[in-house]
Ligand binder design. Structure first.
Ligand code: HEC
Length: 125
């Protein structure tokens, strides 16, 4: 199957496996450097300057720039928008040839975590 099919399956998986996202849980996931790594690259509201990176756009206001679908796709497979991006594909399980053996076959964030992160980002206006 081509990449498009895998992406579609991945998005369906995320949409079906998860309950509606919880913004508070999503905020905790984003702020958790070890779990999500988001703030290693992104400034984000409430994360002190010395704890976050500056390699990527500030997540403040991202909920006004992108809708929930766009946010989900960005997190599941950012390569769709920029094939050269340094941002990891959080929802992908195929093609991760550099994944550690224990991590192979598992996405970086599970479906519920992705929905929680999307719900949180959607509140950032
Ligand atoms: C290794 C660095 C890195 C990590 C880790 C990372 N990102 Fe990104 N992200 C980027 C870069 C760089 C961009 C800018 C566009 C591009 O290059 O793809 C971006 C773009 C985005 C965008 C679009 C922003 C806009 O204003 O258009 C969103 C939303 C986003 N990231 C969310 C996240 C979330 C949520 C996480 C954690 C689950 C995360 N990112 C982890 C580097 C990263």
């Amino acid at each position: 199957m081509g990449r498009g099919w895998w992406l579609l399956l991945g998005l369906c998986n995320v949409a079906m496996a998860a309950a509606p996202g919880d913004p508070a849980r999503g905020a905790a996931i984003v702020a958790n450097r070890a779990l999500s790594q988001c703030v290693l690259c992104h400034p984000a509201p409430g994360v002190p300057a010395h704890l976050r990176g500056d390699l990527a756009p500030d997540l403040a206001g991202v909920g006004a720039r992108l809708n929930a679908e766009q946010l989900r796709l960005r997190i599941v497979e950012p390569q769709r928008f920029n094939p050269e991006t340094i941002m990891p594909a959080y929802g992908r399980i195929d093609g991760l040839t550099r994944a550690a053996p224990a991590q192979r076959g598992k996405p970086l964030l599970d479906a519920q975590q992705i929905e929680d992160v999307v719900a949180y980002l959607a509140t950032l206006h």
